[in-house]
Design a protein around this ligand. Structure first.
Ligand SMILES: [Zn+2]
Length: 260
């Protein structure tokens, strides 16, 4: 879209389609991950949420009635990671499809020997480079930071593949990023191989793309767990997201220890 037109449409959306105060305050109150944001940050989050609701299409699928409160809940999880990056980081896609529960994509794929398989394993979320983002409402309602997980996949996908390295800022070092994330990823894989207890969701060991998404969940919801397990990853994320959740969130109980 022509940048001037886009800027005009955004000004119009901010002026004419503000989020109602009651919807905004109840949405803020239900998400512990938003605790500790400054007044300026909350105002910016609200601005981003308004633009997000204006520019994206959120659909309920399989009969799900997506209420404004549900849409706002998802929107806040989408906008927290881009609080200091800006809405343009999501400009490659427009649709979010929300299912009542886990869904089955029923995709066909061919293996190396040319045999066709049907992938119909249930999943709670999925993200595609050009959209849509698919989400299970049941998982979100249960308190899982699923929306954060799937939306940060789209940041990672901006340079083509979900490989755990989104486009980094100019002042960041690709080498430092790779070193921090691959050392932590390898350490997690080794611990799981040895059947040692881990503090992180083992799903992070699936591949580097999932590692980035799961570690981002920790960064925004229980940063103390990430900072303790992988301080270098925390440091890289602080530079990438331009936020320091450790400084604003009160330390909570966190998740359970994962044992294989
Ligand atoms: Zn994922």
């Amino acid at each position: 879209m022509i940048p001037l037109l886009k800027a005009w449409q955004r000004r119009r959306a901010l002026a004419h389609a503000p989020i109602p105060d009651t919807l905004w305050s109840s949405a803020l109150a239900t998400q512990p991950m938003l605790t500790g944001l400054s007044g300026t940050e909350r105002a910016e989050l609200r601005r981003l949420a308004t633009l997000f609701l204006h520019e994206k299409r959120l659909y309920g699928a399989h009969g799900l009635d997506l209420t404004p409160a549900m849409a706002m809940h998802i929107t806040l999880q989408a906008c927290l990671p881009i609080l200091k990056l800006g809405i343009d980081w999501y400009d490659e896609w427009t649709s979010v499809v929300v299912y009542p529960d886990d869904f089955m994509p029923r995709r066909e794929f061919m293996d190396d020997e040319g045999i066709l398989h049907l992938d119909d394993s249930p999943r709670s979320g999925e993200a595609w480079e050009r959209g849509p983002v698919l989400l299970s409402w049941a998982a979100i309602a249960a308190g899982e930071p699923l929306a954060i997980h799937e939306f940060v996949h789209t940041l990672d996908l901006r340079n083509g593949v979900a490989n755990g390295m989104p486009p980094l800022h100019r002042e960041m070092s690709i080498q430092d990023w790779t070193q921090a994330l691959s050392t932590a990823y390898d350490a997690l894989v080794i611990r799981l191989d040895r059947e040692e207890p881990v503090t992180m969701d083992p799903y992070a060991a699936t591949d580097p793309g999932e590692f980035f998404a799961v570690m981002s969940e920790y960064f925004f919801t229980e940063p103390w767990t990430l900072a303790q397990a992988y301080p270098d990853v925390y440091g890289q994320f602080r530079q990438f997201y331009r936020q320091d959740p450790l400084a604003r969130l009160p330390k909570g109980p966190g998740r359970r220890t994962f044992e294989e």
